[in-house]
Design a protein around this ligand. Sequence first.
Ligand code: 8Y7
Length: 280
Amino acid sequence: MTNKAIRHKLQCAEKEISLDSPIVMGILNVTPDSFSDGGLFTHIDPALRQAEKMHSDGALIIDIGGESTRPGADCVSDAEEMDRVIPIIEKIHSELDIVISIDTSKASVMTEAAKAGAGMINDVNALRGTDALRAAQATGLAVCLMHMKGEPRTMQANPKYTDVVAQVKDFLSQQAKLCLLQGIPAEQIIIDPGFGFGKTLAHNITLFKHLDELKKMGFPILVGASRKTMIGQITDKDVDDRLAGSITLAALAYLGGASIIRVHDVAETVDAIKIAMALS
Ligand code: 8Y7
């Protein structure tokens, strides 16, 4: 087994998460246009019920996003994104004992989400946005830096690398260095190769097989591939029929060294990871 979990604790506002065992992060999209569950959870009560379900199914983190990053998605304004996520963060924070991750690239949303009770920042843009490094540091929250080549609208148009693993690693090292310079502690940094973000199936597979290479950087790894196109490409299944593929990939990601697995289907993933842990 290659999973030497980094002995590690994340400080997520008032809550501490141990990364000695794998963590399942449940996805809660509050966008009207997400590709797999778009529009289902935009209102507060259904969002809370979904969060409760993921919590009781074993998710320790819930990732709340108000802007779709699927290929071709439109941008939303700061105000619109805040209207979508802040009331839901406040509600979940007041009702559930779970770490809330804010999936955003906007400095203003990071700041307001932290005030509303978020414990972690998940930025698919790795804090490259205007003022994002400073805003993230000021919150004191844990941060996930994800690799993306290009931007969501166009990133899947023929992405090219000379050495995908080295380039992703260099990018994440660079962004982690900027975080350290900004005053974000190393223990608060998580890295993510960004499956499907400016990558072909071959790139995704190469990265997946080399998680150990990224792990040498010394940061915990988050893997998000739930229901993604790469699973559809391998299994020839539409997005609503990718559960088995997603679970299998999650278990393999854990065995490959990932500490946090970001998924739609929490209960099934938790079981799969329990089996992988027990038998590895
Ligand atoms: C990822 C992500 C998405 C991912 C991290 C989807 C917000 C697309 N994918 N965040 N977000 N890693 N850290 O299919 O892979 O869920 S959105």
